[in-house]
Design a protein around this ligand. Structure first.
Ligand SMILES: Nc1ncnc2c1ncn2[C@@H]1O[C@H](COP(=O)(O)OP(=O)(O)OP(=O)(O)O)[C@@H](O)[C@H]1O
Length: 312
């Protein structure tokens, strides 16, 4: 992905000490991170990690229990911010008795002055959906397309997607991802996309937010996070970690017979005879998903900034 569109000094989203508490416990705890504007950010984590909670806060649908979350320097419930943010939730609430055309008309009425009818119609037409069809008669994947058309038509600066592609067939998913990327690139839209399909994120997302148990575990540029890790493969006997790895941060290690492999954040050269390779995004994510207790890592651009710099 080229870096023509991203704007490193503008902050799309920033969380500082963010927490959300439910009766059964904390859905988010002490989350702090920054997402620069213009990035396509993957939001990854196991079920219950807090991804949907974070997205609903960013969409201004709920308020935090502790800490703060800002979008373009202001609270997401601020009336000046709401029109700049679009959210496609997992449930995709649409009116079933409305036709596709009615739904787009409603989008137009709710977003006066900004609505892009051509972009919304293009997405509907590309899926072969009849404009006269009632939303309730559409398949789950077709409804997803209408929900995405509504979001695109709003021309948001920040687009929040909660597992948007989960009910699309692989071909359509591929087409929708391409359409999403083209729209985002054209307008320098910041996108945050929660997804469990790790393979679909590679090559699409240039920023990553990995959560586990309500906390941020990894945040930053995909390239930098990958470069901060090394996959080591070698021979080692016994259950203890090889002594050469002392002083390095071992995210995850596995032993199969005498074959030993580890994902490591190295602090200088590693002694011994190891085959060292750079992990793929999927390998990085899988290792951290299997080892949620590994120390958190935020790249410098993902560290929260002072209020003055966060302002749009
Ligand atoms: N309304 C609620 N009341 C009580 N607990 C809730 C509520 N909403 C979410 N939670 C809890 O908060 C935690 C985070 O949930 P959240 O839906 O944000 O996770 P998620 O990462 O989006 O999960 P998934 O991948 O399954 O969609 C979970 O433990 C969930 O049970």
């Amino acid at each position: 992905m080229t870096d023509l569109t991203f704007q490193p000094d503008r902050t799309a989203l920033q969380a500082v000490g963010l927490g959300v508490k439910h009766r059964r416990g904390w859905a988010l705890r002490d989350c702090s991170f920054r997402l620069p504007a213009g990035r396509i950010c993957a939001l990854v984590g196991p079920n219950g990690a807090g991804k949907s909670t974070l997205l609903s806060l960013a969409a201004g649908l709920r308020r935090p229990t502790t800490g703060s979350l800002t979008a373009f320097g202001a609270g997401p419930t601020d009336p000046a911010i709401r029109p700049r943010v679009a959210f496609v939730a997992q449930e995709k609430p649409l009116y079933p008795h409305f036709t596709v055309a009615d739904t787009l008309r409603l989008g137009h009425e709710l977003n006066p002055g900004v609505w892009d009818q051509a972009a919304a119609e293009r997405l509907v037409r590309d899926g072969g959906l009849p404009f006269g069809a009632r939303v309730g008669s559409l398949s789950g994947g077709q409804r997803t397309r209408v929900a995405l058309a509504l979001a695109f038509g709003k021309k948001p600066e920040l687009l929040l997607l909660d597992e948007p592609m989960s009910d699309l067939d692989p071909l359509v998913r591929h087409q929708m991802m391409a359409a999403l990327m083209a729209e985002a690139a054209e307008r320098a839209t910041t996108v945050v996309m929660a997804s469990h399909v790790l393979a679909e994120l590679d090559g699409v997302c240039d920023y990553l937010l990995l959560m586990a148990d309500g906390q941020v575990r990894l945040a930053g540029e995909v390239e930098d996070l990958i470069a901060a890790h090394t996959l080591l493969l070698g021979r080692h006997e016994g259950p203890a970690l090889p002594p050469e790895l002392a002083g390095h941060t071992v995210v995850e290690s596995r032993a199969t017979g005498r074959q030993f492999s580890a994902l490591v954040r190295t602090d200088g050269p590693v002694a011994g005879r190891w085959e060292a390779t750079e992990p793929s995004l999927e390998e990085l994510l899988l290792a951290h998903l299997r080892a949620p207790g590994a120390p958190a890592l935020l790249t410098p651009s993902a560290e929260p900034r002072g209020a003055a710099k966060a302002a749009a």
